[in-house]
Design a binder for this molecule. Structure first.
Ligand SMILES: [Zn+2]
Ligand SMILES: [Zn+2]
Length: 162
């Protein structure tokens, strides 16, 4: 039976939607950011912007601003990588989805954790250039234009979609 084209979402959309849900757990008043780590097409770690475990969140004590940034929180990307380290989940060769492009510090963590590909939705942090320099593949997830270009690329590669 032939299904409608929109019967099944593609993996990239699924991972970005999961990441957007994770972002809703953020406690920083300045940014609601989510990150997921993907291995073998499975989400193996999540992170959102929040205070370190057992410390007060921005939602309780307000943001702590230094040099224009809130320093109370651990960033979503760092939290996702820290959980993987704590749980013994390898990040080498993994992918990361982030609701926003990473800051420079998170980009450095991403590079050294061996993550090979980063997909983000909104441009915010300025760490993309670092990822580029380090050879990490960076993909801008654009919900409106991505599907047609994906289909175009598939047809150029001669891949048949069933
Ligand atoms: Zn904050
Ligand atoms: Zn960051």
């Amino acid at each position: 039976m032939v299904r409608e084209d929109n019967f099944r979402i593609d993996r990239e959309t699924m991972f970005m939607q999961i990441t957007e849900v994770v972002a809703k757990r953020s406690t920083c008043l300045r940014a609601r950011v989510g990150a997921t780590i993907i291995r073998d097409n499975r989400v193996v770690s999540i992170g959102y912007a929040g205070a370190p475990s057992r410390l007060k969140h921005c939602t309780e004590n307000g943001c702590k601003i230094e040099d224009g940034h809130c320093v109370r929180t651990v960033h979503a990307e760092a939290n996702a990588i820290a959980f993987a380290a704590k749980a013994g989940i390898p990040t080498d060769g993994a992918e990361m989805y982030i609701t926003h492009s990473p800051c420079k510090n998170c980009a450095k963590l991403i590079i050294n954790s061996g993550i090979r590909r980063v997909t983000y939705r909104e441009y915010r942090g300025d760490g993309i250039e670092l990822l580029d320099y380090a050879g990490v593949e960076v993909i801008h997830f654009d919900r409106d234009s991505r599907l047609p270009s994906q289909q175009k690329r598939d047809s150029q590669q001669g891949i048949h979609l069933y």
